[in-house]
Ligand binder design. Structure first.
Ligand SMILES: Cc1cc2nc3c(=O)[nH]c(=O)nc-3n(C[C@H](O)[C@H](O)[C@H](O)COP(=O)(O)O)c2cc1C
Length: 338
């Protein structure tokens, strides 16, 4: 069984990574995952290298998405995006030297119009493997000896799948690992991730690890992907928003142990409240209440009564309302006494 992988000198054990997700994988969520355990490598949300450069020129504070990064436990990956080599290498160098982050990951997968169309970055760059190679090379040199990695999709469209070419460009330029999300940019999040296409990328790589990503929602599925596909690791995003304890379950399965039972309703409530307290620490009460609406909706997926809970929690306006909805919905029905 695959129990670990190396990204440069960074040991990722177990070989199970938490995906970068803008708007979600902030300091509070990362801390929650750490407390639950079982994640080999945690990633930040993507950070705009251009925004970082502008802020530096204006003498502003660091981008909000770097909040917590300097001090939190390692290993930690920070994902960055842009299409300009100088801008990227400046941020990569700062992250490696001043923030001492473990891994700098480059985003070549984001299909959102603001990134791909308007900024010619993210998945837009998949059309040009040479450009991807140039950016990876510049970043790898700027952050050495810290490793630089890349996260890609299969290609732009089903007719132009070129992940193998991009993979070779990444490895050739000094990238230390490659994550492949098994969708094309055009698919956005529709359809299913194609793990057979992910598997084909492995032949294109001579030495660096391949991390497969897309649609893993249970611990058994994660182990099945690791066992049946030629990937060195797996990355999980949305599945862990619904069940953040999935990483602990996977690590237990990989050790040959029976996974702990899923948290009870009351444990899930406590987890939600812990998450809320962490978000408050970071964002203050007002923003925390708004932010928790989306996290709380994820937690209740697949749970009996979940829809009713989501209807209410997505409208809460204050901390009192949030606590009241949580207290009302996470109640254990006592069996009736005869
Ligand atoms: C809300 C959201 C935000 C995301 N933000 C990022 C991001 O900042 N950087 C990135 O590389 N991918 C991002 N992704 C893509 C995920 O990292 C991942 O590749 C994708 O969700 C597929 O994996 P999953 O099925 O396990 O969620 C995002 C996905 C979602 C749903």
């Amino acid at each position: 069984m695959k129990n670990s992988l190396m990204i440069g000198d960074v040991l990722v054990s177990p070989p199970v990574l938490s995906a970068p997700m803008a708007g979600y994988t902030n300091y509070a969520y990362r801390e929650l995952l750490r407390r639950l355990g079982g994640v080999g490598l945690i990633a930040t949300e993507m950070v705009s290298a251009r925004a970082f450069a502008y802020m530096g020129e204006r003498g502003d504070e660091q981008p909000a998405r770097l909040w917590g990064v300097a001090d939190e436990p390692r290993p930690l990956a920070v994902q960055i995006w842009d299409n300009c080599p100088e801008t990227l290498e400046e941020l990569a160098g700062t992250l490696a030297r001043d923030f001492n982050v473990s891994v700098i990951d480059l985003n070549f997968g984001c299909p959102a119009p603001a990134i791909a169309k308007r900024s010619a970055s993210g998945s837009y760059l998949l059309r040009d493997p040479n450009k991807v190679g140039e950016l990876v090379g510049r970043v790898a040199r700027a952050c050495a000896p810290k490793p630089a990695t890349a996260k890609i999709r299969l290609g732009l469209t089903a007719d132009t799948i070129n992940a193998r070419d991009v993979a070779q460009a990444v490895e050739g330029a000094g990238g230390a690992a490659l994550t492949t999300h098994g969708r094309t940019a055009r698919q956005m999040y529709s359809g299913r991730a194609d793990w057979d296409e992910i598997a084909k990328v492995k032949d294109a790589l001579a030495r660096i690890p391949l991390i497969g990503n897309g649609d893993i929602t249970t611990a058994t599925e994660a182990v099945e992907r690791l066992t049946n596909y030629p990937v060195d690791g797996v990355m999980i995003g949305r599945g862990a928003l619904d069940r953040p304890w999935i990483f602990r379950e996977i690590s237990q399965l990989l050790r040959g142990e029976e996974p702990d039972p899923a948290p009870t309703l009351l444990e899930q409530r406590d987890l939600l409240l812990t998450h809320y307290a962490l978000v408050v620490e970071r964002f203050g009460v007002e923003r925390a209440v708004t932010l928790m609406r989306k996290f709380a909706c994820h937690y209740s997926k697949g749970r009996p009564g979940g829809r009713n809970f989501r209807d209410k929690v997505c409208r809460v306006q204050s901390e009192e309302e949030f606590f009241a909805v949580v207290a009302n919905e996470f109640v254990v029905e006592e069996p009736e006494t005869p």
